[in-house]
Design a protein around this ligand. Structure first.
Ligand SMILES: [Zn+2]
Length: 304
């Protein structure tokens, strides 16, 4: 090949490489690297979950928090997919199918308590129910999820991030209460085992269910209704997820979790040795149980 052809060919190749580099960055390159987080809006229009002390549906709280999370997750340079925003998901399995390409599944809920802890009261001319004494956030993972160690690892980083932001884990779900007794997977960070939760079990990725706080508690409901509090929760959760997902992005976490070979050895030991709590509820979504099960969330500082 004559020298001029070689030079021309080299220049063409250089242009090609430059164009390729331009076309891949930054958006495409970032998109390729960013894990996709599915944010599932718990419950539906037809089955809106718990009712707050002032008569709002849990579903409405879940929608608002999921939207705040979508923003916060994208600010952390993760991709997000909100599932069931319109409240028309016909089944729990449909939610996980919609999220089949996600690297992580987060189901967003707000908490209530067992019926014996609800008291009647009136507000705005309506007869409603409220609870006292149960507050704080709770996180749930299922050992029946295909990736239990990764689920627990991320639940712990999310719980830790929420605590750093001034939110506090509830003890409620671990108490000796009929329908509760969910063993702690990570007490310090508010994580419980709840193996039967269908939405966690059916997820094709590591999965966590968050109860952001107790909406049957009047004070906590007021706090949770504030946009700045929703944002603070969302930012903390997104930071926790980012820490967890970035840490694991260079390996095959799910395979490692399945084979027990070392992605999260401490987590795997905890999963293997933890007592199985008495789960008084069948394999249903958390708030599909009568009047929900409570945990709650206590904020010590942060936005008021
Ligand atoms: Zn719920």
């Amino acid at each position: 090949m004559p020298e001029t052809r070689v030079r021309a060919c080299g220049i063409t190749m250089l242009w090609g490489l430059l164009l390729l580099a331009t076309s891949l960055s930054p958006a495409a390159a970032a998109g390729r690297k960013s894990p996709l987080v599915a944010v599932d809006v718990g419950h539906s229009l037809a089955q809106p979950g718990a009712t707050s002390a002032r008569g709002a549906t849990e579903f409405s709280f879940n929608v608002q928090l999921a939207l705040a999370m979508q923003k916060a997750i994208e600010r952390e340079r993760l991709k997000s997919l909100v599932v069931n925003l319109d409240g028309r998901a016909s089944s729990l399995i449909e939610r996980t199918q919609k999220a089949k390409h996600a690297k992580f599944f987060l189901s967003v809920h707000h908490d209530s308590v067992q019926p014996q802890f609800l008291k009647d009261w009136e507000w705005g001319g309506r007869k409603l129910s409220r609870s006292e004494g149960f507050r704080g956030f709770s996180l749930f993972v299922s050992r029946s999820n295909p990736f239990p160690a990764d689920s627990l690892a991320c639940a712990s980083t999310v719980g830790r991030a929420l605590k750093r932001a001034g939110f506090f884990p509830s003890q409620y779900h671990a108490q000796q209460i009929l329908g509760e007794q969910k063993a702690f997977a990570d007490k310090e960070n508010g994580v419980h085992f709840y193996d039967g939760l269908a939405v966690l079990r059916a997820s094709r990725s590591p999965a966590v269910l968050l109860e952001a706080g107790v909406i049957t508690d009047r004070d906590e409901e007021s706090e949770l209704a504030k946009p700045k509090v929703k944002k603070a929760i969302a930012v903390a959760v997104a930071r926790g997820l980012r820490r967890c997902l970035r840490r694991g992005r260079h390996r095959q976490p799910n395979l490692a979790a399945k084979t027990g070979k070392g992605a999260w050895p401490a987590m795997e030991r905890r999963i293997a040795t933890a007592p199985r709590g008495v789960e008084g509820l069948p394999a249903l979504e958390l708030a599909a149980a009568p009047a929900g099960q409570g945990s709650g969330r206590v904020r010590r500082h942060g936005p008021r």
